[in-house]
Design a protein around this ligand. Structure first.
Ligand SMILES: [Zn+2]
Length: 441
């Protein structure tokens, strides 16, 4: 992490969504010659360069012509121990867990290995422009500590927690409820609200957690202020049938979590590919957020996300990459995948670039209770942003040579900008990633 200068005015085309474009058609704000004023790590102004400059003539300008400024991405669903199982194609959820994910997650018992993976994982996030992430830690407390430490060293903003499970996985990944309570309590005391870190209570999913384990999660949420919560919901039809068998008293999958008070603001429930109408209505009323992970849903054959039903019911939605069931760390790619799948879904919707940017930034910040801190460029927020600059001779550079509207430019960025386009990433004004290509310029 490199400390920022006290004040600087960054000049580049910029985009952000300070409002929800699913409710407000003018939510996407674009400035073709934009100015982002950063003072002491906070956004002090955002708009047309000339007007921001006129209001603050004393602040030096940094010219970032040739690139674009976007708010840092917020990945609302990702698994730290699954970095090395990316690319396991051809399986469905429960089969993939058994053969790909769980054996790799068991290796997190080796602390040196966990520290190495944590560093690689955090680097992968920041090098793709992600500045905030809601992360499933490991089943092991020391490995989960390694994740928090690596994020803190890098300057990344994370919400994370030890993954809790006492059945149906492999024995080495199970904790007793007593051990889960003891270890999670210590992690919460150590990392919750330390620097940019938040603690998120993380039962793996209802399938792998007994009622006693879910009660531990409920107790943790009661005993500590401001904790977040994350788990999986309605991902796969086989999983849903098994949850119904294990919890015969529950009317549906969500009812299991509701019994323990988990469906609430600050809760991120991943997938929800197969919800009932009643579940959608209750989710909307609860203030919980669904993390939509389109690459993972397609890669594992989980199904087509019913986006229109979520929006019509008023359910909060954000985006997650779901590494390693997903296909990588890129939130722009995840946005494109959401767009593509909605184009072919039987009752899909046409998502535009404003929707995608919101889902990849402010929607995620709001999901984590950080809507006042990050996710867009409103004055007073943390200066969390990504500077994208297409490589010379790349298809994106060719497309951008044409005269286009700002919305078309953002369409092209979502379609064509990969990790090689990410030149610099800042959190609270401090550099958390700078590409070699940028350093050579
Ligand atoms: Zn997941």
């Amino acid at each position: 992490m490199i400390s920022p200068p006290r004040g600087e005015l960054l000049r580049a085309p910029l985009f952000h969504t300070p409002r929800n474009p699913f409710r407000d058609s003018s939510a996407l704000e674009c400035y073709e010659d934009g100015g982002l004023l950063v003072i002491d790590g906070r956004v002090a102004g955002c708009g047309d360069y000339a007007s921001v400059r006129a209001a603050h003539p004393e602040i030096p300008t940094v010219d970032l012509g040739g690139g674009f400024l976007l708010p840092g991405f917020v990945d609302t669903h990702i698994h730290f121990p699954q970095l090395r199982v990316l690319g396991g194609l051809g399986r469905s959820l429960l089969d993939w867990l058994e053969h790909c994910a769980l054996p790799e997650e068991a290796r997190m018992a080796d602390h040196a290995h966990a520290c190495r993976v944590a560093r690689g994982f955090v680097h992968a996030l920041v090098s793709h422009g992600t500045t905030t992430a809601s992360v499933f830690g490991a089943h092991f407390a020391p490995a989960t500590s390694a994740l928090f430490e690596a994020a803190e060293t890098a300057g990344l903003r994370i919400a994370a927690g030890q993954v809790l499970s006492d059945r149906r996985l492999t024995p080495e990944l199970h904790q007793t409820p007593e051990r889960a309570y003891r270890e999670s309590s210590l992690l919460i005391e150590r990392f919750h609200r330390r620097g940019r870190s938040l603690y998120s209570v993380t039962p793996r999913f209802a399938l792998a957690a007994s009622e006693a384990m879910l009660e531990v999660c409920q107790t943790l949420l009661r005993e500590h202020q401001g904790l977040l919560f994350q788990t999986h919901l309605n991902e796969n039809l086989g999983e849903i049938a098994e949850v119904a068998r294990l919890f015969p008293w529950a009317a549906d999958y969500l009812a299991v979590y509701e019994r323990f008070g988990f469906s609430r603001p600050g809760a991120v429930l991943a997938h929800n590919v197969h919800p009932t109408d009643s579940e959608l209505d209750r989710l909307a009323a609860s203030g919980a957020t669904v993390a939509h992970c389109p690459s993972s849903n397609a890669a594992l054959g989980s199904g087509l996300f019913p986006f229109v039903r979520h929006i019509d019911a008023g359910v909060r939605c954000a985006l997650g990459t779901d590494v390693g069931g997903g296909t990588g760390f890129g939130m722009l790619k995840e946005g494109l995948q959401a767009y593509l799948l909605q184009r072919i879904a039987p009752s899909g919707m046409v998502l535009d670039a404003g929707h995608l940017l919101y889902l990849a930034t402010l929607a995620g910040a709001e999901a984590l209770g950080l809507g006042g801190e990050t996710g867009d460029f409103r004055t007073g927020k943390s200066a969390d942003f990504v500077y994208l600059r297409p490589l010379a001779d790349s298809p994106l550079a060719a497309v951008l040579e044409r005269e286009q509207s700002p919305q078309q430019v953002l369409d092209a960025i979502f379609t064509l900008a990969g990790a090689e386009t990410v030149r610099e990433v800042r959190v609270e004004g401090s550099v958390v990633f700078r590409s070699r290509a940028a350093e050579n310029q």
